[in-house]
Design a protein around this ligand. Structure first.
Ligand SMILES: [Zn+2]
Length: 164
C-alpha cells in the first residue's frame, strides 16, 4: 500500500529522481492509477512519485477534469510573464507559501502508454506542472520560497489553496 511521505527534511523529497526506463512495466502501470486514487483522496491536483517515497521521474495531475500522466517530464520553455500564487503541498501539511511561477510552460513527457507528448499549459495546469517538476528535482515549495525571498520578490496577492 502506498502512503504519503511528508516533512521538509525527508530525504526522498530532496533528491533528484531517476528516469523511468520503461513506462509499460507492470509496476509502473499499476502505480499510475494508485497515484490518481491517492491524489483524489488527499484532495490534491497533482502528485509526484517522491511524495509516496519513490524516487522516480513521474507525476500525475488532474486539472479541469482532465487526468495527466507525466512520465519523464522536461520543461522546455517557461514564459517571462510570472504569476504569484499561494501554494500548498501534500508533503508539507498545513503550510502555504507564495510562489512565483511562469504563467505559461511547455512540457515534454511520455504518457501512460509510453508515447512522447508535448503540451503548452497556462493557468492552474502550468502551475501544477512546475510544482510537480520541482518535486522531481528535489525542490519543495519551502525551499523555492526561501530562494525567492533572497531575490526580494514581493510576497502574496492571490490566494491559492489547492494542494499538489
Ligand atoms: Zn507538492
Amino acid at each position: 500500500m502506498l502512503s504519503l511521505v511528508t516533512g521538509a527534511t525527508t530525504e526522498v523529497l530532496l533528491k533528484k529522481t531517476e528516469r523511468v526506463k520503461d513506462p509499460l512495466t507492470k509496476e509502473i502501470q499499476m502505480l499510475l492509477p494508485e497515484m490518481i486514487r491517492m491524489m483524489r483522496e488527499e484532495n490534491g491536483v497533482g502528485l509526484a512519485a517522491p511524495q509516496i517515497g519513490l524516487s522516480l521521474r513521474l507525476a500525475v495531475a488532474e486539472v479541469e477534469n482532465e487526468i495527466f500522466y507525466f512520465i519523464n517530464p522536461e520543461i522546455t520553455s517557461l514564459s517571462q510573464e510570472k504569476i504569484l500564487f499561494e501554494e500548498g503541498c501534500l508533503s508539507l501539511p498545513g503550510e502555504f507559501f507564495p510562489i512565483l511561477r511562469s504563467e505559461e510552460v511547455t512540457v515534454r513527457y511520455q504518457n501512460e502508454k509510453g508515447l512522447p507528448k508535448k503540451i503548452r499549459a497556462t493557468g492552474l495546469l502550468a502551475i501544477v506542472i512546475q510544482h510537480e517538476v520541482d518535486h522531481l528535482e528535489g525542490i519543495l515549495i519551502v525551499n523555492r520560497h526561501k530562494k525567492q525571498q533572497r531575490k526580494n520578490i514581493p510576497s502574496s496577492e492571490k490566494n491559492y489553496d489547492r494542494l499538489a
